[in-house]
Design a protein around this ligand. Structure first.
Ligand code: ADP
Length: 395
C-alpha cells in the first residue's frame, strides 16, 4: 500500500508517501512557515531522489494539503490511505484508529489538553477529508502506547477532583517512537516482545524515557504535558513546582510568559546560555577546562537526569532485558550514552561498538558479559504511522 503520512504542526506540515511493502519513501517533504507574515512559505520535497524547493502560497493548512495533493496528482502517484500523527488521544485511544466523525469529535475534545498540537492535527485531518474525500484516514496518537500505565503511575498527588474535573493525570508522549523501538528491539534481540522489559530512551529535541514491562508502557517521564521529566533542548523537565509561582510573583509575569520560559528558554539552552543543539554542547564538554563552563554543566545535568530515571525505572521493573537509545542524540552520541551509563555494575559498555554505532544503524553496544544489554535502535515514527495505517485499512 502507498500511505501518505501527515504530521501537521502549528506552522508547518511534514509529509511522506511510503510504500509499505518495501518501506521505501517515495516522496518526502515539508511545507514550512504556513500563514506567515513577511517571509514566504516554502515547500521543499524529495521525489524519487530529486530535491525540489519552491516558494508557495500556503495561507493555511488546507492550502498546504492542497500543495501536497497537487504533487501527488501531477506525478501520477497513488495514495491508498492517509496516516495522521495526532499528539493527544486523551483517555480514549489505546491504539491507532480509522478516522470517522466520532474520532474527530474526540480529537476536538482533547484540543483542551494539547492546545498547541491537536488543533493543527485536526485541521490536517479535515483538510485531507475535503481535498481527498475518497482516501481513508487513520489517526496514530503519541499518547496511545502509554494508556497501559497503571493508575498509581499516572496519578498526581493533588486533590482528586482535578483528575475528575479536568483530566489532570500523566498521559505521556513520544509513544509512537517508544512502541516502535520496543518492537524492533525485541525482534533484533530475538525475544518475545510480550516478555520483554526495556527502558527506552528517546533523546531528541524532546526527551523522554519509558519503562516497558512485558512489551507495554508501565511508566514514562513526560506527564500531563511534554514538559515533565528529563532535561530537554529548551524545556526544563522536573523542577520544584513552586519555582514558577515564586518567579511569577517576583517578576510579575503572566501565565503565558512563564509558560514560554519553561518551554522555550529552559533546558540545555537555559543552563548553557549558548544553544539547545547537543552537538555544540558536547563540543564544549569535550574541550574540558578550556570549554564553556555552563555548557559543561548543562551536559552533566542532562546526562545525570537520564541516569537517575534509568535507575528508578530499573527498580520499578525489577528486571531489565535492555536499555535502548534512540532519536537524534540517542542514535548519534556515543559520548552521551557512555556518560549516562558509566560505572554501573549492571552495565558494561563496549567502547569500540559504542563509538562506531551512529544514526540509522541498530547495534548492541554492551559487552557480552554485561548483565543488562544496551542497544541503539533507530526510531522511525513515519514508518510506524504508515504501518499502523496499512494494518487498519487492510482489516
Ligand atoms: P526531534 O526530537 O525534533 O525529532 P531529533 O530526534 O532529530 O529531533 O534530535 C535532535 C537532536 O539531536 C538535536 O539536539 C541535535 O543536536 C542532536 N544530534 C543530532 N546529531 C547529533 C550528533 N552527531 N551528536 C550529538 N547530538 C546530535
Amino acid at each position: 500500500m502507498n500511505i501518505l503520512v501527515i504530521n501537521s504542526g502549528s506552522s508547518s506540515l511534514k509529509y511522506q508517501l511510503i510504500d509499505t511493502s518495501t518501506e521505501n519513501v517515495i516522496l518526502k517533504g515539508l511545507v514550512d512557515k504556513i500563514g506567515s507574515v513577511g517571509t514566504n512559505p516554502t515547500n521543499t520535497y524529495t521525489l524519487n531522489g530529486n530535491k525540489v524547493s519552491e516558494n508557495v502560497l500556503a495561507k493555511d493548512h488546507k492550502d498546504a494539503i492542497g500543495i501536497v495533493s497537487k504533487i501527488i496528482i501531477d506525478n501520477n502517484l497513488k495514495v491508498d490511505g492517509i496516516g495522521h500523527r495526532v499528539v493527544h488521544g486523551g483517555y480514549k485511544f489505546f491504539e491507532s484508529v480509522v478516522i470517522d466523525s466520532e474520532v474527530i469529535r474526540y480529537i476536538e475534545e482533547f484540543c483542551k489538553l494539547a492546545p498547541l498540537h491537536n488543533p493543527p492535527n485536526l485541521i490536517g485531518i479535515l483538510s485531507c477529508k475535503e481535498i481527498m474525500p475518497d482516501v481513508p484516514q487513520v489517526a496514530v496518537f503519541d499518547t496511545a502506547f502509554h494508556q497501559t500505565i497503571p493508575q498509581y503511575n499516572y496519578m498526581y498527588a493533588i486533590p482528586f477532583r482535578y483528575y475528575e474535573k479536568y483530566g489532570i493525570r500523566k498521559y505521556g508522549f513520544h509513544g509512537t517512537s517508544h512502541r516502535y523501538v520496543t518492537y524492533k528491539t525485541a525482534e533484533f534481540l530475538n525475544i518475545d516482545v510480550n516478555k520483554a522489559n526495556f527502558i527506552t530512551c528517546h533523546l531528541g529535541n524532546g526527551v523522554s524515557l519509558t519503562a516497558v514491562k512485558e512489551g507495554k508502557s508501565y511508566d514514562t517521564s513526560m506527564g500531563f504535558t511534554p514538559l515533565e521529566g528529563l532535561i530537554m533542548g529548551t524545556r526544563c523537565g522536573d523542577i520544584d513546582p513552586s519555582i514558577p509561582l515564586y518567579i511569577m510573583e517576583k517578576e510579575n509575569l503572566s501565565i503565558s510568559e512563564m509558560d514560554k520560559i519553561l518551554n522555550r528558554e529552559s533546558g540545555i539552552l537555559g543552563v548553557s546560555g549558548i544553544s539547545n543543539d547537543m552537538r555544540l554542547i558536547e563540543e564544549e564538554y569535550l574541550k574540558g577546562s578550556e570549554g564553556n563552563e555552563r555548557a559543561r554543566l548543562a551536559f552533566e545535568m542532562y546526562c545525570n537526569r537520564i541516569r537517575k530515571y534509568i535507575g528508578a525505572y530499573y527498580f520499578e521493573l525489577g528486571k531489565v532485558d535492555a536499555i535502548v537509545f534512540t532519536a537524534g542524540v540517542g542514535e548519534n552520541s556515543p559520548i552521551t550514552r557512555k556518560k549516562v551509563l558509566e560505572n554501573i555494575e549492571l552495565v558494561e559498555i563496549d567502547d569500540e561498538k559504542n563509538n562506531e554505532t551512529v544514526r540509522g544503524k541498530a547495534g548492541i553496544i554492551s559487552k557480552p558479559s554485561s548483565r543488562i544489554k544496551v542497544v541503539v535502535m533507530p526510531t522511525n515514527e513515519e514508518l510506524a504511522i504508515a504501518l499502523d495505517t496499512e494494518r487498519l485499512l487492510s482489516k
